[in-house]
Design a protein around this ligand. Structure first.
Ligand code: OAD
Length: 249
């Protein structure tokens, strides 16, 4: 079934005219790979909201509980495959000379789909970082035999290499994302509730710099008032249609 692309026809026209594109993605892009979103009904773990687990305070208070939550998420990520939305974004990147992909997702599915250099604002769940010496290692590929896992080098606790609530974003990643928003002619926001700062501000940064903002999300978000066109449907439905429309133009 083909999708009516009229709400974002100007988006396609801008891309055809060669205007730089920046895309910001969130958990909704990975929802159809079977990964629960954070604020959706299936995002609770053991009755806990992610906001109550993904914090330095929660880790200091109960590292085993925080690790059990991350092992649950990792198990799902290990089993997940990129869906049509990830693949379409990787295809767009190959087609467009000036495209930057910025993601809040920590599942590495954009890379798995072939995106070469996604800016990962919130790190990756597929790496560990030592809370003592800072060494970063790939996750072991299976649950740890004992929780919390400890650093082999210094003995301090390992943690997932992600950004928690209350922590700064990696400096370089944020700078690159801000630059991409500022220099974009078109800014596309896909599958994020756009409520977690500072990533949520990128749409506004882009709009204020004169970029034309578009959105793909089945639900209305705080981006909607900024957006010139909104697609209230799933990313895996619309993004492949956008690729097809560009290919045939
Ligand atoms: P949320 O769970 O807050 O929002 C997911 C969004 O995806 C919602 O707006 C849904 O309507 C939308 N959505 C669901 N299915 C979709 C589909 N098939 N296609 C398109 N959109 C769909 O997730 P994020 O906005 O990514 O931070 O959350 C932002 C950050 O908060 C995360 O990166 C995480 C979390 O705490 C860290 O891990 C640091």
């Amino acid at each position: 079934m083909s999708v009516d692309l009229s709400p974002i026809r100007p988006f396609l026209d801008e891309l055809k005219a060669g205007r730089p594109l920046a895309v910001l993605t969130g958990a909704g892009v990975s929802a159809e790979s079977g990964l629960p979103t954070f604020r959706g009904a299936d995002g609770l773990w053991d009755g806990n909201r992610p906001e109550d687990l993904a914090t330095p305070e929660a880790f200091a208070r109960d590292p085993v509980k925080v690790w059990r939550f991350y092992e649950w998420r990792r198990e799902k990520v290990r089993a997940a495959k990129p869906n049509a939305a990830h693949v379409a974004l990787a295809t767009l990147e190959a087609m467009l000379p000036q495209m930057t992909l910025i993601t809040q997702n920590v599942d590495e599915l954009h890379r798995a789909a072939g995106s070469r250099n996604p800016i990962e604002l919130h790190g990756s769940i597929m790496r560990d970082r030592c809370s003592g010496c800072g060494v970063v290692t790939p996750e072991p590929g299976a649950p740890f035999p004992e929780l919390p896992p400890l650093c082999r080098r210094c003995g301090a606790r390992l943690r997932p290499d992600v950004v928690w609530f209350g922590e700064m974003l990696p400096e370089r990643a944020w700078r690159d994302a801000e630059d991409a928003a500022l220099s974009s002619g078109v800014f596309l926001v896909v599958g994020t509730s756009a409520v977690v700062a500072p990533a949520s501000s990128l749409g506004l940064i882009a709009a204020r710099a004169g970029s034309r903002v578009f959105e793909i999300n089945p639900e209305a978000t705080p981006i909607a008032p900024l957006a010139e066109g909104s697609f209230r449907t799933s990313a895996s439905e619309v993004l492949p249609e956008i690729v097809r429309a560009l290919e045939s133009s």
